[in-house]
Ligand binder design. Structure first.
Ligand code: GCU
Length: 680
């Protein structure tokens, strides 16, 4: 509530009607009731105000205040340059004398404008503030919940969830806390997210029923989130016609199957008119899919797209498809190659309401991976890039790991070479027609929403980068810190802010330092993926190996002598990654198998780099904990305690990583640490 203080003390006019305008009105009224301001809704007389929210439309304007605000907005738009449309979600912030004006073409723009004013606090009322126009770069900014309705015997209520139970489901039913879901919608809207999928991509029996018998449960969530401009999507099983419809086949080319999907989808829209569409994990890690019927992914996706098209829905068809029954003895099968091998040949075959949803890296949400080559390989397909906000491989919300800098690197990466378009441009598409940005959610029913209170910053940063991928992630983090630890609520605001930056700014790189080295990936405990398990996946069927022996480590993915994966990139990166001379250090072991004595661009050898970074990583975590302790007494004690507890665990776990990794490589290589530190 502190963040609403500045807005809540003003005189505010909200002009317009409809569900989203009502939300703006409700938010402003709530803030004004708390902080002594006043609000008017579409008054027909003139009032003295500090802030106006208005639509640009051509309806009757009885109030000269709104007329003035609009015309000030129009001239500001002209001044900015393009004067054109603000779009479905954009808004303008301008000053008209003493009044701040928020103008939009559509109600959603007013909602986002409201949260912008909240973020700016007093700065939104600065007379010198030049006009600003904001429009999201990406049209769909979506979170996928991997929430199960029934508790899964292995994965629990939320697959890869580290924040308690689900906010939607509990023990096989809706959890019923609609007020909390509404607060969640508010949180998402404030971050810029506009779509969610409410169940796990691995769809089991109970979850399959959300499409039919339990549709009412989904509709209830959609009703609660609608006022915050969030569209609800559903993960469905490809086998639905068989498991729900009693048909003998789910073959996508079968007329009966197509009719079943068309009819079922119509029923969904009867109940949820703004339903977003389906999310599908098919022929992946045991999920059913079109391969069973000798069809391909385009056949499968297009069938669902055909059912959704007349109703305005999309299919998010995931490209996370690989052989999870690999034999570690087989050196030619490379999991990194799989998504490209399956999907690139299908470019051009997908209907326009199919979005191929691609994990940002070729393997699986690792702390460091190259960008997936699929992103550059399907120019005729709408691509959504998938990130992981839930920290499956990045410390599971027990470790501080601010992922903004990592996502920013991914989104700015230019797959065709430095002068070409960036990953974010592909996700945005030509004239906004791209698939957008999607991430696996990190929220649960935990008191602090995300388990680790500082993991909230990842959720916020995801939304903000999806709105504007060019933003500096540290500036976004600064916004989050200021909103979460507002100056008036803390004893020494500068100290709190500075300390949080010191702890969080570089925390992803710190995490990288004490875990798997130089892009080699995994080395986690199998199953739960937490903590070091250097050989945990070395002889398994999952296809994630590091191939360390007494001479060297890394995966040869070159065309010259390895799996040929480098050849999946456009020429610029294919060449950079292929050559030891040009391959970036941080990805060296992803692309090459090298001797421990290999000298990096940094000047260090691989083995010495491993030792140095692992010692440094633990020192940095210890420093984080020390810094956090200086905040004792300055912030909410419950937040303080929770973070303090988790930092103890992070120090313990980082130490374990350091000692296991260092010892493992010392034993393999027999090479001593130049600095003679403790290795076991
Ligand atoms: C990872 C994760 C799984 C998940 C899968 C996916 O492999 O460990 O739990 O199902 O990604 O993205 O589908």
């Amino acid at each position: 509530p502190e963040a609403f203080r500045s807005l809540g003390a003003r005189r505010v006019l909200v002009h317009g009607d409809g569900l989203l305008v009502d939300t703006v009105l409700h938010e402003v009224s709530r803030a004004c009731a708390r902080y002594g301001g006043r609000v008017w809704h579409s008054p027909s007389w003139d009032v003295d105000v500090d802030l106006v929210f208005a639509l640009r439309g051509a309806d009757e304007l009885p109030s000269s205040v709104v007329r003035a605000a609009r015309s000030a907005g129009e001239s500001a738009l002209a001044e900015i340059g393009d004067g054109g449309s603000l779009g479905d979600e954009g808004f303008l912030l301008a000053r008209d004398g003493d009044v701040t004006v928020v103008l939009a073409d559509a109600p959603a723009g007013l909602l986002y404008g409201l949260f912008h004013v909240v973020r700016l606090c007093a700065a939104a009322f600065d007379p010198e503030r030049p006009p600003e126009r904001h429009r999201p770069a990406l049209h769909r900014r979506m979170l996928d919940h991997w929430d199960n309705v029934a508790v899964h015997p292995v994965m629990g209520q939320v697959e890869r969830g580290y924040a308690g139970g689900s906010i939607f489901w509990r023990d096989g039913r809706p959890c019923g806390d609609l007020a909390r879901i509404r607060e969640y919608g508010r949180l998402l809207a404030a971050s810029g997210v506009n779509a969610i999928s409410v169940n796990n991509v691995n769809v089991a029996r109970t979850e399959a029923l959300l499409l039919t018998d339990r549709l009412g449960d989904v509709a209830e969530i959609a009703d609660v989130l609608r006022p915050y401009h969030i569209r609800v999507h559903l993960s469905v099983t490809f086998a639905a016609p068989v498991v729900l419809g009693g048909l003998s086949t789910a073959d996508p080319l079968d007329e009966g199957v197509r009719a079943w999907w068309a009819a079922t989808t119509r029923t969904v829209y009867d109940r949820i008119p703004d339903f977003g569409g389906y999310v599908v994990k098919a022929d992946s890690e045991g999920q059913p899919g079109p391969f069973t019927y000798g069809r391909d992914h385009a056949d499968g996706a297009n069938m669902l797209a055909e059912a959704l098209a007349p109703l305005g829905g999309v299919v998010h068809w995931r490209a996370f498809v690989y052989n999870h029954h690999q034999d570690w003895r087989d050196r030619s099968t490379d999991r990194a190659r799989a998504a490209y091998d399956h999907f690139a040949p299908l470019d051009g075959r997908f209907r326009t309401n199919v979005v191929v949803q691609v994990k940002f890296g070729p393997v699986d949400f690792q702390t460091r991976e190259p960008v997936s080559p699929v992103i550059a390989a399907m120019p005729a397909t709408r691509i959504a890039v998938e990130l992981q906000v839930t920290q499956e491989y990045t410390g599971q919300q027990r470790h501080v790991c601010h992922l903004g800098p990592w996502w920013s690197e991914v989104l700015r990466f230019a797959p065709w070479g430095p002068d070409g378009r960036a990953v974010a441009d592909v996700a945005a598409g030509e004239s906004g027609a791209g698939g957008g940005l999607v991430a696996v959610a990190n929220v649960g029913d935990d008191l602090f929403w995300t388990g680790h209170p500082l993991a909230q910053a990842n959720l916020y940063t995801f939304g903000r980068l999806a709105w504007d991928p060019r933003r500096d992630p540290t500036a976004v983090l600064d916004e989050w810190i200021t909103l979460t630890f507002p100056p008036s609520a803390t004893a020494d605001p500068d100290l709190v802010r500075r300390t949080l930056h010191e702890i969080m700014d570089d925390s992803w790189r710190t995490y990288e330092r004490y875990t798997a080295p130089l892009g080699v990936g995994f080395m986690v405990n199998p199953g739960d993926h937490y903590g070091p398990g250097v050989d945990g996946y070395e002889y398994t069927r999952w296809g994630t190996y590091h191939f360390a022996d007494r001479d060297g480590v890394g995966v040869d993915r070159t065309r010259a002598s390895g799996t040929g994966f480098t050849g999946q990139y456009p020429p610029y990166w294919a060449q950079v990654y292929e050559s030891l001379e040009t391959c970036p250090d941080e990805l060296l072991l992803f692309f090459h198998h090298v001797p421990y004595g290999h000298v990096l661009h940094s000047g260090s050898t691989v083995i010495q780099h491993i030792y140095d970074t692992h010692f440094a990583g633990v020192e940095e975590v210890t420093a984080m904990r020390r810094r956090w302790r200086t905040l004792n007494g300055m912030i909410d004690p419950a937040v303080y305690e929770r973070v303090a507890e988790r930092l103890d665990e992070q120090v313990r776990c980082a130490t374990e990583w350091r000692d296991q990794i260092n010892t493992y490589f010392y034993r393999k290589s027999g090479m001593l640490d130049e600095r003679g530190r403790d290795i076991y």
